[in-house]
Design a protein around this ligand. Structure first.
Ligand code: AMP
Length: 284
């Protein structure tokens, strides 16, 4: 029988809970999310469950990290389903603050990772990563996790948070886990529900492009420009797909690479109609 998670809504109550667990020697695990939970989130939850004593999932649609008002207002919110899924997956606590609890009047502090946020999504979503790092540090300070688990689906986010944790001496292990995909390869995303059936079909071009590049890299191709051209060919031909960016970057620094002479990833953002999709894959 799965047990209903406790729902905690304020940072101070969350801290009190974390202190009580830690005083007894318990290990806190944490998976931050914006809700509308799917199998990608649940893979992180299941991994974290295995590596901690007390598991917290946060559900907070963070206004600071949205660069478009319509994306924020239209973001899917599925509280009852999220609660049931957390319960079924052994989550102990859902940390569910509202925007006033997170950003009370007078709030004015921001956390910024300088270089790694300049390219890829950062170049197209002004302020997005400052919003992410600010909220994640606040969530860490409330939940006090020993381990925090993030998806490689948002690879730039994962690496930026790892950098922040190192730079600010955060006492937390930041773990990245592989992207969970639909059977046909589309990366799971809360925003996929916005795709029409036709766009859903066409959205496969991201995965086809990544696959093409991975195949070529596996076959020995080291020229990033050639890999990009091959991936682009899968996207360019699809009606309604508009490329925002397509890059080959070093996996650690996220700097663009011309030759695959160190661990690298291909990352892309593609608009399918009104929906922005991102995906990435390793090229080594
Ligand atoms: P979000 O709710 O979109 O902010 O995502 C919360 C966490 O789930 C982030 O660490 C994401 O990288 C991760 N995530 C989202 N989609 C997937 C996926 N398809 N596979 C693995 N992790 C994912």
């Amino acid at each position: 029988m799965s047990q209903m998670p406790i729902v905690i809504k304020s940072p101070s109550d969350m801290q009190a809970h974390a202190n009580a667990v830690r005083q007894k020697g318990g290990r806190m695990g944490f998976v931050p999310t914006m809700g509308a939970l799917h199998a990608g989130h649940l893979a992180l939850v299941d991994y974290a469950r295995e590596h901690c004593d007390n598991l917290v999932v946060s559900i907070f649609v963070n206004p600071l990290q949205f660069d478009r008002a319509d994306d924020l207002s239209g973001y899917p919110r599925t509280w009852q389903a999220d609660l049931d899924l957390c319960s079924a997956h052994g989550v102990d606590v859902i940390y569910y603050p509202d925007a006033d609890a997170m950003y009370p009047a007078g709030f004015q502090t921001k956390v910024s990772v300088a270089q790694m946020t300049q390219g890829l999504c950062g170049a197209h979503r002004p302020g997005h990563f400052d919003g992410v790092t600010t909220v994640v540090l606040k969530l860490f300070n409330a939940v006090k996790p020993d381990i925090a688990v993030f998806g490689e689906k948002d690879f730039q986010q994962l690496m930026v948070i790892k950098r922040m944790a190192r730079d600010l001496d955060l006492d937390v292990e930041v773990v990245g886990r592989p992207t969970v995909r639909e059977a046909d390869g589309l990366a799971l995303s809360s925003r996929n529900v916005r795709l029409s059936p036709q766009e859903r079909e066409r959205a496969l071009c991201l995965w086809r492009g990544l696959n093409r590049a991975m195949e070529l890299a596996k076959g020995g191709e080291k020229d990033a420009a050639k890999l990009k051209t091959a991936a682009l060919a899968e996207i360019d031909t699809v009606p309604g797909a508009r490329l925002e960016y397509l890059e080959v970057v070093a996996s650690e620094s996220l700097e663009p690479v011309e030759t695959l002479d160190r661990p690298a990833r291909m990352a892309m953002a593609v608009w399918m109609g009104e929906t922005r999709l991102i995906d990435n894959a390793p090229l080594d």
